[in-house]
Design a protein around this ligand. Structure first.
Ligand code: AHN
Ligand code: ZN
Length: 336
């Protein structure tokens, strides 16, 4: 063998070997493609900045008092957002009579994830805001409509973000997200009757409880959010919730506790509050609880800026939105 043979034979063998190898490599690639792991499971994580923006957007329309332009515009925004996140949205509209005889145009919005299953829960909040700051420390402001950043917009902002998360993670159970109207048109302090029937609150919820968006509507239970965005909020266990749905209260509060939110979800009974969950419990008989900011140290028993002009966007805290939203997503996950 001369020098050339020394070089070319091994070179030739190398070429054959490498071409075989190329073939093999190709095969390996296609095998690895077959074994490609499935797309990672999306774990929903509540985004507090997103919820905050939804709160701010509502407040920016101005007070969402029934029969006003701001109310109508905000309603259109809510419907548009719900339709972005969910293919099944029903809008209920009509008129209800207020304590002073005013006919209020109202709209209730219902977004249904997995509408076909009866293994479902609902989450709700009122979206209107109060026409009068009748608890403002300044009496000159008692007729001023409120922004209702906390009283109204906070619950809706959280639920819009929950809806956005569900549109990504696709729950196995059914979930209805419901925005109830005309909750906060109850008689102002100076016009209250001695023996108030209290039927003047929660007019949209009363309508929905009597005329659910769907015949024979069923849900295992419901959760109402009311004033869920103030800093260091304290959610005492509201009285009607404890009467009608004690197991739901305990389970939701335990979920909050497990997530590390024991400063918010307090295992202490608060007073009974006439709110949207009352007609739902009474008329529709679906056990429904109220997660509501109750404060033993405030004069009204509610969060300090309740029905004052200070219930504005500055009273909203992302951490509280996160606490409540994360707890709700966990509750949904636990139901799967
Ligand atoms: C009563 O004052 C009877 N209910 C209060 C319900 C409410 C008003 N929640 C928010 N604003
Ligand atoms: Zn209110």
């Amino acid at each position: 063998m001369n020098f050339r043979q020394y070089i070319f034979i091994p070179l030739f063998l190398l070429l054959i070997a490498s071409s075989c190898n190329m073939f093999n490599q190709k095969k390996t690639t296609s095998e690895s493609e077959e074994k490609k792991p499935e797309a990672p499971v999306t774990i929903p994580s509540f985004n507090a900045d997103s919820a905050y923006q939804y709160v701010k957007k509502q407040v920016d329309f101005g007070p969402r008092v029934c029969n006003t332009k701001a109310h109508e515009k905000c309603g259109d925004f809510l419907e548009k957002k719900l339709r972005e996140f969910c293919p099944n949205v029903i809008v209920q509209k009509g008129q209800v009579k207020a304590y002073n005889g005013t006919m209020l145009n109202f709209k209730n919005y219902v977004a249904s994830f997995n509408p076909e299953t009866n293994n479902r829960i609902f989450l709700c909040s009122h979206w209107d805001s109060r026409p009068w700051a009748d608890h403002d420390p300044d009496p000159a402001k008692h007729n001023t409509p409120i922004d209702g950043a906390n009283d109204g917009a906070s619950g809706v902002g959280i639920l819009l973000e929950v809806a956005r998360q569900l549109s990504i993670s696709k729950p196995l159970i059914g979930v209805d997200i419901i925005f109830l109207d005309a909750e906060d048109y109850g008689p102002p302090e100076d016009k209250k009757q001695e023996e108030e029937t209290t039927d003047w609150w929660a007019l949209g919820a009363q309508y929905w409880a009597k005329n659910p968006h769907k015949a024979n509507y069923f849900a295992k239970y419901g959760i109402l959010l009311d004033m869920v965005g103030a800093p260091n909020a304290t959610f005492l266990q509201e009285g009607f919730s404890m009467n009608y749905a004690p197991a739901v209260v305990k389970s939701v509060w335990s979920t909050g506790l497990k997530l590390g939110y024991s400063d918010y979800f307090i295992f202490e009974e608060g007073g009974t509050i006439t709110d949207d969950h009352v007609p739902i419990n009474k008329i529709l008989s679906i056990p429904t609880i109220d997660i509501i900011h109750l404060d033993r140290n405030s004069k009204t028993g509610f969060y300090p800026y309740w029905h004052t002009t200070k219930d504005d966007i500055n009273s909203i805290d992302r951490t509280t939105l996160k606490v409540v939203g994360t707890t709700l997503l966990k509750v949904i996950e636990t139901e799967q």
